[in-house]
Ligand binder design. Structure first.
Ligand code: BGC
Ligand code: NOJ
Length: 812
C-alpha cells in the first residue's frame, strides 16, 4: 500500500494519508539553524547542536508516537482542527503533506476552510519561517480563531528531560507586541535566547503550558483552544511555551497569510540587555522584519529552491528508469546533504543527545556530497582530522558545537583512521585542490601540535601498519566498522557499554578482515596520492605494506569459499565454516572483493557467489548467516540482538553497496543492479505497509530473513547507507568517476540496459554523456568520444572550464 506519491517536477514527496506507518519526516535548514518535521507537524528545532542548543521540546518514543511539534490549532466555531490532522486528529475533508528540498508544506481543509502551512529555514537565517495561508472556499463569512504552539526546551536536551527539581523553577519569558521571547538562563551564563513571532497584532497569548492545555489534557485538546479563548499566561518556571492567538475573519473566497518566525539570537556579553532584566531584542527584530510579509517569505522560499537547483544540477541522469532517476537526481543526493549536516545526531531514531559526528561516519558521508558543496567538505575534512591523535588513532565521535573529540566514547576503533584517506582523496579528485594537503591541522585540537593534512594521512596509514596481529592482519581494537562486533569486550554486566567498557585490547589476538580489505583499498589510494605529489619513496614503502597485507589475507583470511570475518581474542576464526553460527559475514567479503584480493585466483567470484547463496534475500543482503541464536561473550553486542535484527543478520543497508561494488570489480552488472533495487527506497514504495519508513530515503536496517517479520525497516535518514548507495550507483554501476586525470566513464550495468545519459559538471566544465550499449554488455568501454573526437581509454581528460562537451561512450 502507498501513502502518497513522488512529484518529480517539484522534487517533492506528497503524502496523502496522514496515518503513515511511521512518522515520515523532513529536515529544514542546512547551515546553522535546523528543524525536523514530520508529516503531521511533529518535530523540533535546534541551533547547530541538537544536544546543547535544543530550542523546542520533543518527546521521543512517546504514546502516541510523534507527540509535540510546531502546531496550529483552528477553532472555526464548528470544530477544532489542525492542518496536519495531528494533534487534534479531527477528521479532515482533505489532507496533503509535501516534503521538498528543505521545506515542508502541510495542507488541510475542513468545513470549507483551507489551511496551508509552509515551513522552512531561509538561507543564512537563524530562524524557521512558517507561512500559514487560510482560505475561505465557501460563500459564507468565516470567523476563525487561530492558536499557534511551540514548547520551549530549556536548551540542554539531556538535562531538560531529567533534572526537573531545577527545570520547573527556571523558565522565563518576555512578551512584547506579537513576539514571545524565551530567555531561560539568559541572565546567567547563556548569551542566547529564542523567540516566536507573528506578523499581525495578536488578541492574546499563552506562555505557560499548564494554563494552555490544562494539566490533564493532551496535545489534542488544549483547554484554551477548546474554549476559544487564550488566558494570557506568563510563564514563571514550570514549562514555558509560546502560543499566539489571532482572530481572522474571511469573506467568501478571501484568503489571508500569517507569517510566524521561530528564531534564535546570540548577543555579545556587553550587549545582552536593553535595560534591567529586559533582553536586547534588536537582532530578533531585524530577522522578523526580513520576513514580515508573505511576499518576502515567498522570495526567500524561491531562493531556497534556486539554491537546490544549483546543488542538484551538478549530476543528473536519465536512464528511462523512473525510480532510479528520481533517487539519483533528487532524493539520494538530498539524503546525503542531510547526513552531511547531522552525521548520526538527530533524526526520529537518533535522539540528538547520544551521538555527535562520527569520525568514520563523516568521512564516508563525504563521498555523497562533495560534488555539491566542496568548500564545506574541505572544512569538514579539517574538522575531522583535527580530532586525530599523533599516533593516527582518533576520537570515534566529536561534538558539532565544539568540534572537540567526545571523551565518553573515546578512541580505539581501528578502522577509523583509514576513512580519512577516503574522505580526503574523494575531495581532491572532485576539486583538484591538492593544496588541502598542506593545511596545518592539529592533533586532538591542541594548538601548537599542527602538522600538514598529508601527515595526518600518513599517520592514518601507519596506524594499521603499527597495529598488526599474529597473522599480520589489522588488530580490531574496540570494533571495526561493525560497532557491535566487540571482540575484546567480554562484558557480563548489563550496565556496561559494549563499545566503551574498558576492554581486553592488550594482548588480544583479535584481527579484522574487514580492516584488511579497507586498508588495501585506501592504502592504494594513499600510494596513488603519494605518487601524484612526488613522494615516491613513501609510495614504495606503503606499497610494500599493502602487498604484504594482500598476501596475508590470501594465506590466513580465505576460508575456501569466502573470506573469513575476523580472528577473535583467542585467535580463533570468526565467520568460517569452522563456526557453528555466523559462518559467513558480509563486511570482509565486501571489502576484500572491492580490493580485488585473489581476483585472478577466483577468490572474488567465489566469495561473491557465497554471499549470493547464503546472505542474499528478498529484502537485501543480510549481514551474517546463520544468525547468532545465543550470547557469545567473546563477540560482544552483535549476539545480543535477536536473529534478523540490526548487526545480527539484519539487512544492514550500509554494507550492501560494498557487495554491489565488489560485483562490478568482477564485471557482473546484473547482480550489482539487482542488489541495488532490492534496498532502494523508491522501489519499495508499494510495500510501505511492511517497510514502514519513508519511501524517499534509505533506512539503516531492514529486518533480515531470519527475523520475526522480515522486510521492516528502522533507523531512516542518518545512515552511511545514503552515501554508499549513491557512490555505488553513480561511480561503479553508472561508472561516472572523478579521477586525478579526468572524469572516468566506465559503467557496469545490467545487460538489458540499452544505454543511459548523464549530465555531470566537473571542475567547471559540463559533460553531456551518452552511453550506448548496443551489444548488451555488462562492462567494458569500446570507444569514448568527446565532441566527436576519439579519446584513448575510458577517461575524459580535463577540458576547459565554462564550456559544455558532448561525450559519447559505446560499450563493447
Ligand atoms: C548500534 C550501532 C551503533 C553503536 C554505537 C549500537 O548499539 O547497534 O549501530 O553504531 O551502538 O552507538
Ligand atoms: C552505525 C554507526 O554510525 C556506524 O559507524 C557503524 O559502522 C554501524 N552502525 C555498524 O555498526
Amino acid at each position: 500500500m502507498k501513502y502518497g506519491h513522488f512529484d518529480d517536477n517539484r522534487r517533492e514527496y506528497v503524502i496523502t494519508n496522514p496515518r503513515t506507518p511511521w512518522p515520515w519526516i523532513n529536515y529544514l535548514g542546512n547551515e546553522d539553524f535546523f528543524s525536523l518535521i514530520s508529516n503531521t507537524g511533529g518535530g523540533y528545532s535546534f541551533y547547530k547542536d541538537a544536544k546543547f542548543r535544543r530550542i523546542t521540546r520533543y518527546r521521543y518514543n512517546n504514546v502516541p508516537m510523534d507527540s509535540g511539534g510546531k502546531y496550529f490549532y483552528i477553532n472555526d466555531g464548528e470544530s477544532v482542527w489542525s492542518p496536519g490532522w495531528k494533534p487534534c486528529k479531527t477528521e479532515l475533508d482533505s489532507y496533503e503533506c509535501r516534503h521538498g528540498m528543505n521545506y515542508t508544506i502541510i495542507k488541510g481543509t475542513k468545513n470549507g476552510v483551507e489551511a496551508e502551512a509552509t515551513y522552512f529555514v531561509p538561507l543564512k537565517t537563524w530562524a524557521e519561517v512558517q507561512k500559514l495561508t487560510l482560505r475561505n472556499t465557501t460563500n459564507e463569512v468565516k470567523k476563525l480563531k487561530i492558536f499557534s504552539f511551540v514548547e520551549w526546551c530549556l536548551w540542554n536536551a539531556a538535562s531538560d528531560m531529567e533534572n526537573f527539581q531545577r527545570n520547573f523553577s527556571t523558565g522565563e519569558v518576555e512578551i512584547e507586541d506579537s513576539v514571545i521571547y524565551h530567555k531561560t538562563e539568559y541572565k546567567e551564563r547563556r548569551n542566547h535566547y529564542a523567540y516566536y513571532s507573528v506578523n499581525e497584532p495578536i488578541q492574546g497569548f499563552d506562555t505557560d503550558r499548564e494554563t494552555f492545555f490544562g494539566l490533564y489534557n493532551g496535545f489534542d485538546e488544549p483547554q484554551t483552544v477548546l474554549e476559544g479563548a487564550p488566558r494570557n499566561s506568563e510563564a514563571h518556571g514550570w514549562s514555558p511555551i509560546a502560543s499566539h492567538f489571532v482572530e481572522v475573519t474571511l469573506q467568501p473566497g478571501e484568503s489571508k497569510d500569517l507569517v510566524y518566525v521561530l528564531g534564535y539570537v546570540e548577543n555579545a556579553q556587553d550587549e545582552k540587555w536593553e535595560s534591567k532584566n529586559i533582553i536586547n531584542k534588536i537582532k530578533a527584530k531585524e530577522t522578523i522584519a526580513l520576513f514580515n510579509t508573505a511576499a518576502k517569505v515567498d522570495t526567500a522560499l524561491a531562493e531556497l529552491r534556486t539554491y537546490w537547483d544549483n546543488l542538484l544540477n551538478v549530476f543528473t541522469i536519465n536512464t528511462g528508469e523512473e525510480k532510479l532517476d528520481r533517487m539519483v537526481n533528487v532524493w539520494n543526493q538530498y539524503q546525503c546533504m542531510i547526513t552531511f549536516c547531522f552525521s548520526r545526531s538527530a533524526s526520529f531514531f537518533e535522539s540528538g543527545i547520544g551521538r555527535g559526528m562520527g569520525f568514520r561516519d563523516s568521512n564516508q558521508d563525504l563521498v555523497g556530497f562533495v560534488h555539491q558543496i566542496p568548500e564545506r567538505a574541505r572544512e569538514r575534512i579539517i574538522d575531522i582530522a583535527s580530532t586525530q591523535f599523533s599516533d593516527g588513532g582518533c576520537y570515534h565521535q566529536y561534538q558539532p558545537l565544539t568540534k572537540k573529540g567526545n571523551n565518553e566514547i573515546g578512541q580505539g576503533f581501528n578502522d577509523d583512521p583509514i576513512w580519512l584517506i577516503l574522505g580526503t582523496t574523494c575531495y581532491i579528485k572532485e576539486t583538484g585542490d591538492f593544496g588541502i594537503l598542506d593545511e596545518p591541522v592539529p592533533f586532538d585540537n591542541k594548538e601548537g601540535s599542527e602538522v600538514s593534512l598529508f601527515q595526518h594521512l600518513t599517520v592514518s596509514f601507519n596506524h594499521v601498519v603499527n597495529n598488526l596481529g599474529p597473522h599480520g592482519l589489522p588488530l580490531s581494537g574496540r570494533a571495526d566498522w561493525n560497532d557491535c562486533l566487540n571482540l575484546n569486550c567480554f562484558s557480563n554486566d548489563p550496565n556496561e557499554s559494549f563499545q566503551t567498557t574498558e576492554n581486553k585490547t592488550e594482548g588480544s589476538k583479535a584481527e579484522s578482515l574487514m580492516i584488511s580489505g579497507l586498508f588495501v583499498v585506501y592504502g592504494r589510494e594513499y600510494v596513488e596520492l603519494c605518487k601524484k605529489t612526488g613522494n615516491i619513496v613513501e609510495a614504495e614503502r606503503a606499497q610494500q605494506h599493502i602487498d604484504a597485507m594482500v598476501a596475508n589475507v590470501k594465506s590466513y583470511g580465505w576460508d575456501g569459499e569466502w573470506f573469513i570475518r575476523a580472528y577473535d581474542y583467542y585467535g580463533r576464526k570468526v565467520g568460517s565454516t569452522e563456526n557453528e553460527e555466523s559462518k559467513i559475514f558480509i563486511e570482509s567479503n565486501g571489502w576484500c572483493t572491492m580490493a580485488g584480493i585473489g581476483l585472478h585466483e577466483g577468490m572474488v567470484a567465489k566469495a561473491l557467489d557465497s554471499v549470493k547463496e547464503r546472505l542474499d534475500s528478498e529484502h537485501g543482503i543480510v549481514l551474517n548467516n546463520p544468525p547468532f541464536t545465543k550470547y557469545y561473550i567473546e563477540y560482544g553486542e552483535i549476539s545480543t540482538y535477536p536473529p534478523g535484527y540490526k548487526e545480527n543478520a539484519g539487512v544492514f543497508c550500509h554494507n550492501n553497496p560494498w557487495i554491489m561494488i565488489g560485483e562490478t570489480v568482477q564485471g557482473r552488472g546484473d547482480r550489482a543492479w539487482e542488489y541495488f533495487r532490492k534496498i532502494c527506497p523508491a522501489y519499495l514504495e508499494e510495500k510501505s505497509d511492511l517497510h514502514r519508513t519513508e519511501p524517499y530515503v534509505y533506512a539503516q536496517m531492514i529486518s533480515g530473513k531470519d527475523a520475526y517479520l522480515p522486510g521492516e525497516a528502522k533507523n531512516s535518514w542518518l545512515t552511511g547507507t545514503a552515501s554508499w548507495n549513491y557512490y555505488a550507483i553513480t561511480q561503479y554501476i553508472l561508472g561516472i568517476r572523478p579521477t586525478y586525470s579526468g572524469l572516468m566513464v566506465n559503467p557496469c550495468i545490467s545487460p538489458d540496459w540499452k544505454g543511459f545519459s548523464v549530465v555531470r559538471k566537473f571542475r567547471g566544465a559540463t559533460y553531456q554523456i551518452d552511453v550506448k550499449n548496443p551489444n548488451g554488455a555488462m562492462k567494458g568501454v569500446a570507444s569514448l568520444k568527446v565532441d566527436g573526437k576519439l579519446i584513448e581509454g575510458d577517461t575524459i581528460p580535463f577540458m576547459k572550464a565554462g564550456a559544455t562537451y558532448k561525450v559519447e561512450v559505446i560499450m563493447i
